[in-house]
Design a binder for this molecule. Structure first.
Ligand code: ME8
Length: 519
């Protein structure tokens, strides 16, 4: 729901080709984007989060053909599979867009007409190499013939085929200088730097006009005024970000509120489409540009590329079943600096689950809450005067909000989690050193203070952990007597936990991973 007094924040994932099943690489992008969207909601923003499926193009048409069904039947079936994966991963999107949605046809045709009216579209003939797998065109020197006699794209190692047909072109070459000026004036337009720099060097080498329509198949958005052509799938795919906020109704409240997008989250293989084609299309259509394209790396299974033929493709749901949803979400965001490539394996996941979650966070919460249940009549104790150590720890905890904000602003999720877990580490050391179980017999007031300080850190961390681990954090906040709503918003971090708050009987939130018994 839009609320005028809140600052809008519009975030998107790439829309996935529903030709196969979702894998952990897709899940990674959904989880990261979801954490960002949740973070902003908890920080008081009015968030619009768009995700969905990219349903046109030759790849989909060929996949359907192989199965002996129509493309529409294929995408109708598979869009549901993707939606189920989103549900299993706890993705809190506001709209799941399908590029076969009626409003998306209208948006794609509208942006086409704008680009055409601006003189940027012309009819000619395309001759060159096309990779169906990548839905991308390559120049001769971007391809190589391998030992098997087949020609491949060098960058992505996918087969290319010679294509020669009448085609509409977009005058991309006219945008080289404007794009370079954009990168210059908005150095944060693409991130991280090392990935954005690759895009910039590519543009500096010179841009060719882009073929933007196809005549050899009809599974796409028809080109306005020429039914022989369907749009090149990337023209319609990128336009989904506009459809999602009501384009072409540029007067609508939604469009005015949410466009331009704050962040497009995408993988490294599609950075050129988002940081070159997309801003050029938008400039041509006279629309504002997104503020940031955040390019994440690729996940590999123990260093090995996920592929069906290797049999190492993991369905996100299987992962969630094995380790738990919040554990999976935490693992990926903590383990891999967002932007970098990352590898996962069973031991690494179990390591994080047991050390960071069960020990560092879960035990601390459970031990302090159990002591409160037994020794403080199940109520948040009244603290005595704070010592320098207490105050230092409380200050560290309350400083976490700014640290997390700074990190999330740049999608540096692992940095935010590292900072939070470092305070948890210090709190564990504090708890061990203060030994409230000893104080119970010697100095009850001091025990109360130590428990109070510990609960306050746990509360702060639980509030900040919500974007990454919504279910577990909610359970902890429940255990800390913090009801849903305002008490769980980031703004509540500055109001310390209230002594006397009644707490329900505590139950462990982060189980240790136990290897299943050998059968
Ligand atoms: O590219 N690790 O769709 P897609 C991390 N339809 N991310 C990965 C990955 C991996 N192993 N494999 C894929 C498309 N991704 C287009 C997008 S947007 C207007 C159109 C990421 O299904 C990939 O980089 O091939 C992309 O961001 C997303 O998953 C969907 O990939």
């Amino acid at each position: 729901m839009t609320s005028p007094e809140k600052t809008p924040f519009y975030i998107t994932t790439a829309i996935t080709y529903p030709n196969g099943e979702p894998h952990i690489g897709h899940a990674y992008e959904y989880i990261a984007t979801d954490a960002m969207a949740r973070f902003k909601r908890l920080d008081g923003y009015d968030v619009m989060f768009l995700t969905g499926t990219d349903e046109h193009g030759m790849k989909i048409a060929q996949a359907a053909d192989k199965e002996g069904i129509t493309p529409k039947e294929l995408v109708d079936r598979n869009a549901e599979i993707y939606k189920a994966a989103h549900a299993a991963l706890g993705i809190s999107y506001d709209r799941f867009i399908r590029t076969t949605d009626a409003d998306h046809y209208a948006a794609s045709q509208a942006i086409w007409k704008k680009m055409e009216a601006n003189g940027d579209i012309y009819l000619s003939k395309y001759e060159g190499w096309y990779s169906v797998r990548d839905e991308a065109y390559y120049t001769e020197d971007e391809t190589v013939v391998k030992d098997d006699g087949v020609r491949y794209s060098v960058g992505t190692d996918t087969e290319v085929t010679w294509t020669a047909e009448e085609s509409y072109f977009f005058r991309l070459s006219a945008y080289q200088d404007k794009l370079l000026a954009l990168y210059e004036s908005q150095p944060e337009f693409g991130a991280p730097n090392y990935r954005f720099n690759e895009v910039i060097s590519f543009v500096k080498q010179g841009l060719q006009d882009l073929s933007i329509s196809r005549t050899t198949f009809d599974w796409g958005v028809p080109v306005p005024g020429n039914d022989k052509h369907v749009m090149y799938v990337w023209v319609d795919a990128l336009t989904n970000y506009l459809t999602g906020v009501g384009y072409p109704d540029v007067e609508s409240e939604r469009f005015n509120r949410f466009w331009p997008a704050n962040v497009h989250v995408i993988g490294k293989d599609i950075s050129r489409f988002h940081a070159i084609f997309w801003p050029a299309f938008l400039m041509s259509a006279g629309l504002e540009l997104p503020k940031r394209v955040m390019i994440h790396g690729f996940l590999t299974n123990n260093g090995v590329k996920m592929s069906k033929s290797l049999g190492n493709v993991v369905a996100p749901q299987d992962f969630v079943e094995q380790y738990g949803l919040d554990q999976v979400r935490f693992f990926f965001l903590r383990e891999v600096p967002f932007g970098a490539d990352g590898s996962y394996n069973h031991e690494a996941i179990v390591g994080r689950m047991n050390a960071d979650l069960a020990n560092n966070f879960g035990n601390l919460a459970q031990r302090s809450l159990s002591m409160v249940a037994k020794n403080c009549e199940g109520k948040v104790p009244v603290p005595g005067e704070f010592t320098a150590e207490d105050s230092a720890l409380l200050a560290q905890a309350s400083g976490l909000l700014d640290a997390a904000r700074a990190a999330f602003e740049k999608q540096e999720f692992s940095r935010a989690l590292e900072a939070i877990w470092s305070v948890l580490g210090d709190t564990n050391a504090y708890f061990a050193e203060q030994a409230p179980w000893v104080l119970r017999k010697t100095d009850v007031e001091r025990m109360n203070t130590v428990l109070y300080v510990t609960l306050e850190v746990v509360r702060t961390v639980a509030i900040l952990a919500q974007p990454v681990m919504p279910t577990s954090a909610a359970k902890l906040l429940e255990a800390l007597g913090q009801p849903e709503g305002e008490a769980r918003q980031f703004a509540a971090i500055s109001a310390p936990i209230v002594a006397g708050t009644e707490l329900p009987a505590p139950a462990p939130v982060f189980p240790r991973y136990e290897e299943p018994a050998e059968s």
